[in-house]
Design a protein around this ligand. Structure first.
Ligand SMILES: NCc1[nH]cc(CCC(=O)O)c1CC(=O)O
Length: 319
């Protein structure tokens, strides 16, 4: 342990510089992280300096993320700032973090996971969406799930932050949209939309989970962050990420999953879709947390069942 770990906080000198994207949702997640850090360590607010960083994913808003470079666009700048020592830690929506991370970084904490569900805005349920309605989303998973349940609907590309998407909806650019319950709640939009039961409408891997990364060799930052780590949430998120990795999943892949635990064992349910929603396969498996052989086997089992239509969107095909 270094001395900084035991240092009392001197005014004006932050103990931890916490990098975050600057979108309202990312800032809300950074505030939550700061509150938890200060509570765990008895710090005052100034001990955690929030450092907003503009991510390339927030600069290009007119094309689907999958087209412009994928999830790396959310983390590239923060990874670089960590590497350069300009920040000590970075907050992420774990849903947006690629399974392959720079070896110099460690996921040092996962906060208690929020609601994993999606919410439907613009209709009371999937069944009640008017016939032939347009649904705005740019997530391949949401598009495929929607078209699977409602092949009569039309999917239109909807990007931008949560407020932008809600704005597009009220401007009439689509009849409905799908958003993460966790994000809406964090933005104080708790009354917006109808919650879709995650057992029926499986969420994205790691949805609702906030993770904090630091340099793997920064033992002081690691110890600070360990104090706010929530082990059950970490295990669930790591299992989901292990399955996503086994599936060769990326932001092009219509992959949905849900994890649960009975205390001793983890259970994973996973559904893969063809992009047009016409095909869907599902599998579930259980095993011990922290050992991912059973997860890898589950992934291999799913990959073996892919139709020729689905195959190009999964597995390790480059991108
Ligand atoms: N893709 C953007 C994104 N990344 C994380 C969340 C929501 C918060 C979370 O899942 O933790 C959202 C918005 C959304 O999907 O509605």
């Amino acid at each position: 342990m270094t001395d900084t770990l035991h240092a009392t906080h001197s005014p004006g000198v932050p103990i931890l510089r916490l990098g975050t994207r600057n979108s309202p949702l990312a800032m809300a997640q950074a505030y939550e992280t700061r509150v938890r850090l200060c509570a765990a360590h008895g710090w005052n607010e100034a001990a955690v300096e929030l450092v907003p960083v503009v991510a390339s994913g927030d600069k290009v808003l007119d094309r689907p993320l999958a087209e412009i470079g994928g999830k790396a666009l959310w983390t590239k700048e923060l990874d670089q700032w960590l590497d350069e020592g300009r920040i000590d830690a970075a907050v992420h929506s774990m849903k947006d973090v690629e399974t392959l991370r720079p070896p110099m970084l460690a996921i040092a904490a996962v906060l208690p996971r929020a609601d994993t569900a999606d919410r439907l805005v613009g209709a009371a349920s999937i069944e009640e969406i008017p016939h032939g309605a347009t649904v705005g989303t740019s997530a391949p998973r949401r598009a495929a799930q929607l078209l699977h349940a409602r092949p009569d609907c039309k999917v239109v590309t909807f990007r931008g932050n949560v407020a932008t998407r809600l704005g597009k909806l009220s401007d009439g650019e689509a009849d409905c949209t799908l958003l993460a319950s966790a994000g809406l709640d964090r933005l104080g939009e708790d009354g917006v939309g109808a919650r879709l039961d995650p057992e029926q409408w499986l969420p994205a891997p790691a949805q609702g989970a906030i993770g904090i990364e630091c340099r793997a060799d920064d033992s002081a930052a690691r110890a600070f962050l360990a104090a706010i780590d929530h082990a059950p949430s970490r295990q669930a998120v790591m299992a989901e990420r292990a399955l996503l990795k086994a599936l060769g999943g990326n932001c092009h892949s219509p992959i949905a999953m849900l994890s649960g635990t009975d205390g001793a064992q983890l259970t994973l349910r996973c559904a893969l879709f063809s992009p047009d929603g016409a095909e869907r396969i599902e599998e579930s498996a259980s095993g011990p947390a922290g050992e991912w052989d059973w997860v890898a086997a589950m992934g291999a089992g799913l990959l073996a069942r892919l139709s020729s239509n689905m195959a190009p969107h999964f597995g390790h095909h480059g991108t």
